[in-house]
Design a protein around this ligand. Sequence first.
Ligand code: UDP
Length: 262
Amino acid sequence: MKKGKKLYEGKAKIIYATSDKSLVIQHFKDDATAFNNLKKANIEGKGVLNNRISEHILINLGQVGIKNHLVKRINMREQLIKFVEIIPIEFIVRNIATGSLTKRLGIEDGTVLDEPLIEYCLKDDKLGDPLISKEHILAFKWAEKKELEKIDKQLHRINDFMVGMFRGVGIKLVDFKVEFGRFKENGKIEVILADEISPDTCRLWDNVTEKKLDKDRFRKDLGNLIDAYQDVARRLGILHEQSNIRPIKFSKPTAVKIKRNK
Ligand code: UDP
């Protein structure tokens, strides 16, 4: 598949056209951003790890019936994906309260939620990705009611699957963000899972130590981000012991009080 011109460049990825109009190439950069682009850095190797981790998760989700944009990984940094029209909403699923939720509502960090909590944010950097309700989505036609119903069901299935997958390798899936897009095929439009699922878009805590194995290491200046992402990849069986992995330095575990919601 020939790589065509650059169609879009985002904070962490670039999209290139291909000779097939229905397919594009997604390139994972090493750039990291946080706090609506206020904090930036280039972290060597992050793109390669996210490419592999996202491929692994999307293949597994595909096998349990969650249709998604991944066609195949092409090389260390790129994957061939279906060209979708992204729905301008960040779908967030939370199992444990942390991050913006705790700040916004004064919920204690680490509170385990009885049921997964779904939140919707408008994808708009200029507005700082504001939290919106289902009613906003319908009122401003960002998605149709049927699309939203289908997405909500899939969010629960994606969460169930991922909680289990990560639990199996000693990791707590605290929360994650996903995006969906509309894919046109044979005159029909279908909503499918798109973008990426990686430690950039999930919060992952070690089951025992609660060490953060995700982008919070960058957001909170905890260091050793690549070691943490490699740890996730290795536990998922993507990186093998014999590959060239630097030893993981364990920093002092962060003490987080876990409290059940009454
Ligand atoms: N998230 C993301 N992209 C965003 C905002 C959030 O991938 O633009 C992910 C984030 O990594 C976390 C989850 O969504 O896993 C919930 O994030 P939260 O709303 O707490 O965001 P914060 O502002 O604290 O990063």
